[in-house]
Design a protein around this ligand. Structure first.
Ligand SMILES: Cc1cc2nc3c(=O)[nH]c(=O)nc-3n(C[C@H](O)[C@H](O)[C@H](O)COP(=O)(O)O)c2cc1C
Length: 357
């Protein structure tokens, strides 16, 4: 990582941005104060909502932090497929006594307005998900002193991130919780993906910018592993979802270690784009035929997910989680950073002591 970027945070630990009210300012502040890099998630928020969170986080910490923005999606959803899915979900709407959402409620959640806010009120790091912006956007952020990152799930996507002039690439393995940052979700895409260790090695050979590794990382020993494989830092989502400061619904937090939920799967059931969540009833029933239509399906299912949460029914919620979910530890976020840093140091000492590194 360009030295200045790693210098921003003492521990090579990034708290993943988690949209949907999970990575609230209190969580990011606790991570930053403990020496990690905290992140806010601007996805599904208005530009003003994002700005208010930035102001709140600034009032909680003076340490550097990041803001994550979703790239707008090109229009390739098949309206007929969305209609068919809506018909299939009619029974869910009746069950939860909710109306289905309007699939056409908006495609880009204020992308341009967010860029204006981020140019006028610069933060230290901005990362992009679901694609990479044009060079002019990256250059504009550089001009105000912001480091730019973007996610990649393949070596080709990592090359696109480097070509756009980004300062680093987030290599997101298939183990990762939440949405895969795939740049283009075409309907034919299967639900397989590249495992993190293999992805880091492939991305390392494809680009020369620094790599932040994400996907299934729950322990400091795994951070040592991805650093040894060529990453400069690790980005953890599910591990921080379980912390005290996380804004995740209590049912979601409990589900991570509930023996009822033993598996995760990539699914389009909730949003129309592949995302990894705990296998529950909704995912099992609707995942197999949900169409590639993001954000239409996100809007369509939004009232159902809210109604399920209100009814205390985890079987109808989007329980995003990475493959390591059962190792989640319910700690204050700052303490989790310290524990991870301690495990990392111990793993490094045992690797070097044993002559491995
Ligand atoms: C609840 C949840 C929400 C997420 N939301 C976002 C998001 O808004 N932006 C983003 O770039 N990544 C998001 N991710 C993905 C993370 O950035 C990261 O890739 C992932 O959490 C890593 O895998 P892990 O959960 O196994 O640690 C989310 C992940 C989770 C679990």
């Amino acid at each position: 990582m360009s030295s200045a970027l790693t210098d921003l945070f003492p521990h090579p630990i990034v708290q993943a941005p988690m949209a949907g009210g999970v990575s609230v300012p209190q969580l990011a502040a606790a991570v930053c104060e403990a020496g990690g890099l905290g992140f806010l998630a601007a996805g599904y928020k208005t530009a003003d909502g994002m700005y208010q969170e930035i102001k709140q986080l600034r009032s909680l910490t003076s340490r550097p932090f990041g803001v994550n923005v979703f790239m707008p999606q090109p229009e390739y959803a098949d309206p007929a497929a969305v209609d068919v899915y809506a018909h299939q979900l009619a029974g869910e709407a009746t069950w939860y006594e909710a109306e289905l959402g309007d699939p056409d409620s908006g495609r880009d959640d204020g992308f341009e307005a967010k860029l204006v806010v981020l140019r006028d009120n610069p933060v230290q790091v901005v990362s992009f998900h679901f694609g990479v912006p044009g060079r002019e956007v990256v250059d504009a952020l550089h001009r105000v002193g912001t480091f730019v990152l973007a996610a990649a799930t393949t070596p080709d996507e990592a090359r696109a991130v480097e070509r756009a002039g980004a300062d680093g690439v987030i290599a997101q393995g298939v183990e990762a919780g939440g949405h895969q940052g795939t740049h283009r979700d075409i309907p034919e895409t299967d639900r397989s993906g590249v495992g993190l260790l293999s992805l880091i090695a492939q991305v390392r050979e494809a680009v020369s910018i620094p790599i932040i590794a994400a996907g299934g990382i729950m322990r400091g020993g795994q951070i040592a592993g991805v650093l040894a494989a060529g990453a400069s830092a690790a980005q953890l989502g599910t591990a921080f979802l379980a912390t005290h400061e996380s804004g995740a619904n209590a049912l979601h937090k409990q589900a991570l270690t509930n023996p009822l939920f033993v598996r995760t799967e990539l699914t389009r059931a909730f949003s129309g784009r592949p995302a990894r969540g705990l296998v529950n009833r909704f995912l099992r029933e609707h995942g197999p035929y949900a169409p590639a239509a993001y954000p239409e399906i996100h809007h369509l299912t939004s009232p159902l997910r809210k109604a399920a949460a209100k009814a205390g029914d985890a079987q109808g919620m989007a329980l995003w989680a990475g493959q390591g979910h059962r190792m989640a530890r319910e700690l204050p976020a700052g303490q989790l950073v310290e524990v991870l840093a301690g495990e990392l140091a111990a793993a490094r000492a045992s690797l070097t002591g044993g002559g491995v590194l």
